[in-house]
Design a protein around this ligand. Structure first.
Ligand SMILES: *[C@@H]1O[C@H](CO)[C@@H](O)[C@H](O)[C@H]1NC(C)=O
Ligand SMILES: *[C@@H]1O[C@H](CO)[C@@H](O)[C@H](O)[C@H]1NC(C)=O
Ligand SMILES: *[C@@H]1O[C@H](CO)[C@@H](O)[C@H](O)[C@H]1NC(C)=O
Ligand SMILES: *[C@@H]1O[C@H](CO)[C@@H](O)[C@H](O)[C@H]1NC(C)=O
Ligand SMILES: *[C@@H]1O[C@H](CO)[C@@H](O)[C@H](O)[C@H]1NC(C)=O
Length: 338
């Protein structure tokens, strides 16, 4: 059904009201007063010290500040469109997806690699080109508050003497957490989440299948108090290839999403019923070979069951990593007795 594209990004209702000139001027005035009173708003965010040079997969929960094309979101975060679609479990021809406009206030999951930079976990891969009317605050808003104005200024050495210049590029420090991709002994991917006005840990926990005590423990919060603009790490149960005997590849995929691997030939999904990684051909428009298991008619991901009075025979064709452009697979048989 190629014409029934349905984005499943979580969308919040937006209140559009017509502002009168008077409220607009009041707004400008309070904005001015606000910026004079406090240049930067201090917000809390989780800081994970690190020493290793390894990176881990992580997510950002990005609340769109304005209507944006998917291609604009992808370039804002320096991420591939196909990976954004995968993180949000949207199936979509990529060419058509690029121009798709998502309305402001949609919550989009952005998958980013989380490296160790100067002893703390954060991503420095998003680069922003400054426009004439930009301030560090407006740039921070453009990134949904994931990087505060203060952090952007600090990382880029922006101060009273070094002001933002039109056309200059700045690095956007994005918060991320690895914590070894484990929580309570289970494979976990952490998502950086900006607390909104009126939100409490309870509502955030309920919306993301976790608990207040887990959020407190992960984020080192003494009391269950968070305020708007704070960035917290939310744990998301994930599937792992760790026990699947893959050749030279490890994949960690958050519940409710999929990931592309083997040069986009293979798509591995996680959940939602069990946390078992299910890999099959991606169906994307890329040249892929070796998708069939030898001596069988089964393609990777296929399962063939025959029944008899003694039980059933299950034959499977399983993905097991890739090497030098070659996809590896395993033909497996199992017999279960009744
Ligand atoms: C985006 O996709 C290209 C081609 O598939 C790949 O080379 C590149 O590493 C990807 N970039 C990211 C950030 O994943
Ligand atoms: C502003 O930052 C620059 C480096 O970007 C530094 O050389 C300068 O001393 C700073 N000025 C002030 C007033 O902090
Ligand atoms: C794959 O793993 C083997 C050892 O298990 C290693 O020697 C080889 O360099 C790895 N290849 C790649 C492409 O990572
Ligand atoms: C995975 O996500 C589904 C909904 O998308 C949810 O019902 C289920 O509880 C989640 N599983 C785990 C282990 O978190
Ligand atoms: C199941 O497999 C065994 C051995 O591979 C075979 O002998 C048997 O006939 C098969 N049974 C069915 C129902 O296919």
């Amino acid at each position: 059904m190629p014409n029934q594209f349905q984005f499943q990004f979580h969308s919040h209702t937006v209140e559009t009201s017509t502002h009168t000139m008077r409220t607009y001027i009041q707004f400008l005035f309070s904005l001015l007063l606000f910026s004079l009173l406090c240049f930067f708003v201090h917000t809390k965010s989780i800081i994970e010290p690190c020493t290793s040079s390894s990176s881990c997969p992580s997510l950002l929960s990005y609340l769109l500040p304005y209507d944006s094309k998917l291609s604009q979101i992808a370039s804002r975060f320096h991420v591939n469109i196909s990976d954004i679609l995968a993180a949000n479990s949207v199936q979509f021809p990529i060419a058509a997806a690029a121009d798709h406009i998502l309305p402001s206030n949609s919550a989009v999951k952005i998958p980013i690699s989380c490296p160790c930079v100067d002893g703390i976990r954060r991503s420095m891969s998003a680069i922003y080109t400054v426009e004439a009317s930009d301030t560090v605050e407006s740039i921070s808003d453009g990134y949904g508050g994931l990087a505060s104005a203060e952090q952007i200024a600090s990382v880029n050495g922006i101060n009273a003497t070094h002001r933002l210049m039109n056309g200059e590029t700045v690095v956007i420090p994005l918060p991320c957490t690895c914590l070894n991709n484990v929580w309570n002994g289970e494979t976990t991917v952490y998502m950086s989440y900006v607390v909104r006005e009126g939100e409490r840990l309870g509502s955030i926990a309920a919306a993301s299948a976790t608990t207040v005590s887990d959020l407190e423990a992960i984020n080192g919060l003494g009391q269950a108090l968070v305020g708007p603009g704070d960035v917290i790490a939310v744990p998301i149960a994930a599937c792992s290839s760790a026990n699947l005997n893959w050749y030279n590849e490890t994949l960690i995929v958050p519940n409710g999403s999929y990931a592309l691997t083997a040069s986009n030939c293979i798509k591995c999904s996680c959940g939602p019923i069990d946390l078992r990684l299910q890999c099959s051909p991606s169906g994307l428009d890329v040249a892929c070979y070796n998708l069939e298991c030898k001596d069988s008619k089964l393609v990777i991901g296929d399962e063939y069951v025959t029944h008899s009075k003694y039980g059933c025979n299950v034959t499977l064709c399983l993905y097991r990593g890739h090497r030098g452009g070659k996809i590896l697979r395993r033909y497996a048989k199992s017999i279960s007795l009744i």
